[in-house]
Design a protein around this ligand. Structure first.
Ligand code: CA
Length: 522
């Protein structure tokens, strides 16, 4: 698990990072006590599975408490909706094409990260739980992480000095370790703790108590569950993250026949069944077709939501700890997820696409010393904003090569006049898992334009009149002006985030439209 052999560029970056860190040590603010920062991030937790965001499928009292006592952000988005890239964007404050993690590539740990800067700036820093960046954490006084995706039950976690197998459920284990970090922290420094849950990531294995509570629960299907993808491009038709077709026997927790082992067992578990025999009301029934699809959705969501319930419990335990230890007032508690997730929306169960359910990150912040209860921000925030935000909270300077912007003014309820009104998105993993096509696009408060550039296909949505993104307006008569405006904004954003160079080297279709031609300098 050691870092990669150092390249010249890596070495130069390491030296540059060391210089930044050295400069920061001299800039450590004196005087008023700085806040602790507790950053809780789960994996694949969609905002619409949180009560405060209007969930129709579950209740999350502890997460809702954060919103009630602090701020809820309704429009925080991942810039590349997939686990490892979002984590790299959060640590560096940079988009994927700048920080180098566009897919599941290894994070170059010689890079400047917010953890290194906070540590150099006087914070006691910790990272507990899921890391999933290929290289080991740097910039933490204490870290203990899951190898790769980690296990739900009796997980192994490792440090620089070795590994340990913990007895119990992963969400509880991570919570215990996070509480231990806070208990044993030095008292003369503020702390920064990244507490990263594995849940509710696939394969959605709940603990026994929550699992049994959800077994008989009926979960309402989302409005777009039976979306037939009319008017949309090839991408949705070709994707392989459909509840109907792509959940495996392992996902559905079907029991293998006795005696199956090794490769045969793996083959059985990874099969995507087109019929399932189960018991309903004491009778054995074989489900196919639409009845099977509905059953799969229930099994998927029961397990997903049961794992979310453990995360909500975890947040409750942490808030109680802060209360009991007089830490609540000056500890900023942030809850987010590395991206959103499809909960049967558009018939899907993963993320990756630029559609709302996938790109929206829950973002709840409580800081009683500064944030007023029931604060709400609908302004566009991004995962690349997190690092600048942490630095701003710690009253440390933000390096010029971080591309995000501090969310602190929004937390105070005062959006700067020049706050962004659009965001740039890009997904790269194609060919890749779930056969999701590469795309990039722009989202404003009211519209979204998506370009599947390998296919030269576009989608344009009116988010006000079509919030579920069912009606692709691209190429429709009367949309010419809007289309041109959105393309111009996409081009402007591409340049602003410096995604031009990489584009120029890619195999873009020839002269398909003004945007691409302009990007290629023709
Ligand atoms: Ca994730």
């Amino acid at each position: 698990m050691r870092g990669p052999a150092r390249t010249h560029a890596g070495e130069m970056r390491r030296i540059a990072a060391a210089l930044v860190v050295a400069a920061l040590v001299g800039l450590r603010p004196a005087g008023e006590e700085r806040p602790n920062i507790l950053f809780i991030m789960s994996d694949d937790h969609a905002a619409h599975a949180i009560g405060a965001y209007g969930s129709r499928v579950n209740q999350t009292p502890h997460l809702d408490r954060l919103a009630r006592e602090g701020a809820i952000f309704t429009s925080v988005f991942a810039t590349n909706s997939i686990c490892t890239p979002s984590r790299a964007a959060i640590l560096t404050g940079q988009y994927s094409h700048v920080n180098g993690v566009t897919m599941f590539n290894r994070f170059d740990s010689s890079r400047t990260t917010v953890a290194r800067l906070l540590q150099a700036g006087g914070y006691y820093t910790g990272m507990i739980g899921k890391w999933h960046l290929g290289s080991d954490p740097v910039g933490f006084d204490r870290w203990e992480i899951l190898p790769g995706q980690g296990a739900y039950v009796n997980p192994i976690l490792y440090t620089a000095n070795g590994e340990k197998t913990y007895t119990g459920y992963v969400t509880d284990v991570i919570t215990d370790l996070a509480l231990e970090f806070m208990k044993s922290r030095p008292r003369n420094r503020p702390f920064f703790l990244m507490m990263h849950h594995k849940a509710p990531h696939r394969p959605w294995e709940p603990d026994a108590a929550h699992g049994s509570r959800f077994t008989d629960r009926w979960i309402p299907e989302p409005e777009t569950f039976w979306d037939a993808y009319d008017t949309r491009t090839d991408a949705l038709h070709e994707n392989q993250q459909r509840v109907a077709k792509d959940l495996t026997r392992r996902d559905l927790k079907l029991q293998p026949p006795p005696g199956l082992a090794g490769a045969a067992l793996t083959a059985w578990l990874t099969t995507k069944p087109d019929s399932v025999t189960t018991t309903e009301n004491g009778k054995t029934v074989t489900l196919t077709g639409e009845a099977l699809v509905r059953w799969k959705y229930q099994r998927y969501m029961q397990d997903y939501l049961a794992t979310v319930q453990s995360v909500d419990d975890s947040v409750g335990r942490v808030l109680e700890f802060l209360d009991r230890n007089a830490l609540a007032k000056n500890t900023i508690v942030i809850y987010t997820s590395d991206q959103g997730f499809f909960l049967g929306d558009h018939g899907l169960f993963d993320k990756r696409f630029m559609y709302e359910e996938s790109v929206r990150m829950p973002f709840l912040v409580r800081w009683p010393a500064v944030i007023k209860p029931d604060t709400r921000s609908d302004r566009i925030g991004l995962n690349v904003d997190f690092a600048p935000t942490f630095l701003d909270l710690a009253r440390l300077p933000v390096p010029a090569d971080m591309q995000g912007r501090s969310l602190l003014p929004l937390m105070r309820g005062k959006a700067p006049a020049d706050w962004r009104t659009s965001m740039y998105y890009r997904y790269y993993h194609d060919p890749g898992d779930h056969n999701t096509r590469a795309h990039y696009g722009v989202r404003t408060a009211t519209h979204k334009l998506i370009y599947f550039w390998k296919k030269d296909q576009w989608e344009l949505f009116d988010l006000v009149n079509d919030p579920f993104e069912l009606h692709n307006l691209y190429g429709q008569p009367g949309q010419e002006k809007l289309t041109a405006m959105m393309k111009a904004e996409l081009l402007r954003l591409k340049r602003a985030v410096r995604d031009d160079d990489q584009l120029a080297s890619e195999q873009l279709p020839n002269g398909v439209d003004g945007t691409v031609a302009a990007l290629r300098g023709k």
